[in-house]
Design a protein around this ligand. Structure first.
Ligand SMILES: Nc1ncnc2c1ncn2[C@@H]1O[C@H](COP(=O)(O)OP(=O)(O)O)[C@@H](O)[C@H]1O
Ligand SMILES: [Mg+2]
Length: 605
């Protein structure tokens, strides 16, 4: 177990270390800002004390009808008063500049540090295996990576500095007040303690309410997202009324929570103003006789009043930092939990694959996503380099699972068979090398809201345009590319620059051409394409498989006509496997039957 405070320190150390200079500069700025804050009221005090001595402000230097009335003629007291005023103005300007600088610095610090944390978290999430991604929805990860990290932003960049400067302000102010009179110093120490207690008692008065509101707000957005993503089903089933009622309920809850939080927040602010008013009264009432008796000067009374205000600010800041610390603690815990998750896919292999088409082999492979619920049973097949295997089977029979296992998105247990490439177990091959030599085109091609170029290169900007263009031309997307308003720069978005399912498949194939792997695993789209696109796709696949080993999960007969071997799978078991030519001639085979009926769906009846 870590010491509770250790975790705060660990995060600060790790994410502020690269920005030491900026942290130091920020501390320096805040320290000088603090000194100015304490020093400038002293200037006013002297001003008032001097001014109330009753010396007339005659002979102030000015220009009049071209004549300068020289400053020399002004009496000394007035001159000092003017100097004090100018000094005060300069101090104020410097203080504003310092404030500006420290706001800029602390913002830049918090963004730099949190972006680093965001990057680390994203990187970590992306490297986790598919089991993790199936269990954690994207929304949850966004909440972790953005929501929780945001909560840490002020904590990371400001907590320590704010705490120290606030304490300095309190100590400095009290010290100044003690030099005025020990009674004043003592009573202010008492007031400060009182204010700290009041704020401490009230600190959670609105925090919980705001947290509740965050939840109701998240619920409301959840309802909206749910309704929108199921809009087709909702419309089709006449569910709009119900869905609107659900939304109405959620937004009413959010409204009530918001009103409550705002109300409580306001009460908190009012309580603070109450303390300020109380302190002011407590200062002024006894000051009057003291001034009259000549114990206190008017300037000192003013000074005391100003310090009452100055003192409250650091107390307020400390309270806020404490609230922040609480929230930061919860966020750090959640973030650490995420960091502690380890991928189940271990990159321990050190072998690399030679170039050229790969041989692939499954040996008695069984696999279960969930313990003991096997979706693949004793799968064995062997494919020679450069050959192509077509896999057919019902939905849910395990075809996609086979592709995922080859790509090591999941690992089968070591005791339950193995997969070999060029006779090397895939777990013995270094993961980057394995994924470099294999391409896996998924059934549902995901396109990014990005340019055509980026969609093909997957954001690798080292690939020259000419290469991308020639590949697109090669796979029959030349005409399509020509019609795009901005060529490769055209942004593919679902609304404006619509793209058909077939074109999306072709773009996905273009990605494979760029990568030029030695084994291609292709999960064909099950949606029907128009004949023209289908023809393009067939040609592109044919080109793709030249000098490469291929596994195609087929949804169309046309695809099966080109493969060397056929594997028919049902409920995780192979029910037919062999050379296409042989099976096509065997009237007893399922493949023969399939060719006769022409319908893949009929296949397993
Ligand atoms: N991530 C997963 N977690 C648990 N079960 C899964 C997962 N993916 C697929 N399955 C199950 O595995 C079986 C095979 O699925 P899949 O390989 O996708 O079949 P196919 O591609 O042939 O349609 C199905 O019963 C499916 O419900
Ligand atoms: Mg599938």
């Amino acid at each position: 177990m870590k010491v509770p405070l250790q975790k705060y320190w660990d995060v600060q150390k790790k994410y502020l270390a690269p920005f030491k200079k900026r942290v130091l500069l920020l501390a320096l700025l805040l320290a000088s800002g603090t000194s100015l804050l304490i020093f400038s009221p002293l200037v006013i005090e002297s001003f008032i004390n001097l001014a109330t001595r009753g010396v007339p402000l005659q002979d102030v230097g000015f220009y009049w009808e071209g004549m300068q009335i020289p400053l020399v003629s002004i009496n000394t007291v007035t001159r000092v008063l003017i100097l004090l005023a100018i000094a005060y103005i300069i101090l104020m300007v410097i203080q504003q500049v310092i404030t500006l600088g420290s706001v800029y610095l602390s913002q830049s610090l918090s963004w730099s540090a949190t972006n680093m944390l965001r990057f680390d978290l994203t990187n970590h999430c992306v490297s986790l295996d598919m089991t993790f991604h199936n269990e954690h929805k994207p929304g949850e990860m966004i909440e972790r990576i953005d929501g929780d990290v945001n909560t840490l932003a002020t904590f990371l960049s400001q907590f320590a500095v704010q705490l120290v400067t606030s304490l300095l302000v309190i100590i400095g102010s009290l010290a100044v007040l003690f030099t005025k009179h020990w009674i004043i110093g003592l009573s202010f120490t008492a007031f400060t303690l009182l204010a700290i207690v009041v704020m401490y008692v009230l600190r959670n008065f609105s925090v919980k309410a705001w947290e509740d509101q965050r939840q109701t707000s998240a619920d409301m957005y959840g309802t909206i997202e749910e309704s929108l993503s199921a809009i087709e089903d909702i419309r089709a089933n006449d569910g709009i009324k119900n869905s609107m009622r659900k939304f109405y309920d959620a937004s009413r809850k959010d409204f009530k929570a918001f009103r409550r939080a705002l109300y409580r927040g306001q009460v908190f602010v009012m309580a603070i103003w109450g303390v300020i008013a109380l302190i002011n009264t407590l200062i002024f009432a006894p000051s009057i006789p003291l001034v009259k008796a000549g114990v206190l000067s008017l300037g000192t009374v003013f000074l005391i009043q100003v310090f009452a205000g100055i003192l409250l600010r650091p107390i307020f800041v400390i309270t806020r930092q404490m609230q922040d610390l609480q929230r930061a603690g919860a966020s750090i815990d959640r973030i650490n939990k995420l960091f502690d998750m380890e991928t189940k896919i271990h990159d321990t292999g050190d072998q690399t694959l030679s170039g050229g088409p790969l041989a692939i082999e499954f040996n008695d492979l069984s696999f279960a996503y969930v313990e003991d619920d096997y979706v693949l049973n004793d799968i064995s097949f062997k494919l020679e380099p450069g050959q192509t295997l077509g896999i057919v089977g019902h939905t849910g029979s395990g075809k996609t699972t086979i592709s995922r296992l080859i790509f090591r998105l999941y690992d089968a247990k070591p005791t339950e068979g193995d997969i070999r490439l060029n006779d090397i177990k895939i777990t013995d091959i270094s993961l980057p090398d394995l994924r470099d030599k294999i391409s896996y085109v998924t059934q549902n091609v995901e396109l990014f809201q990005a340019s055509v170029r980026e969609n093909v290169t997957l954001f690798d900007n080292r690939i020259p345009d000419i290469r991308i263009e020639s590949i697109l031309l090669d796979i029959g997307l030349g005409n399509w590319l020509e019609k795009l308003p901005e060529g490769l720069d055209t942004i593919i978005s679902s609304s404006e620059q619509g793209i058909s399912a077939g074109e999306a498949q072709l773009l996905a194939l273009a990605r494979v051409f760029i990568k030029s792997p030695n084994l291609v695993v292709l999960d064909e789209a099950s949606s029907r394409l128009d004949p023209a696109t289908e023809h393009l796709l067939d040609q592109a696949i044919e080109k793709l498989l030249i000098n490469r080993t291929g596994i195609i999960i087929a949804h169309r007969l046309a695809t099966l006509e080109k493969v060397d071997d056929i594997l028919i799978i049902d409920k995780g078991k192979i029910i037919e496997y062999g050379k296409r030519e042989v099976l096509a001639k065997n009237t007893q085979s399922k493949f023969y039957h399939l060719l006769q009926t022409g319908e893949i769906e009929e296949l397993l009846k």
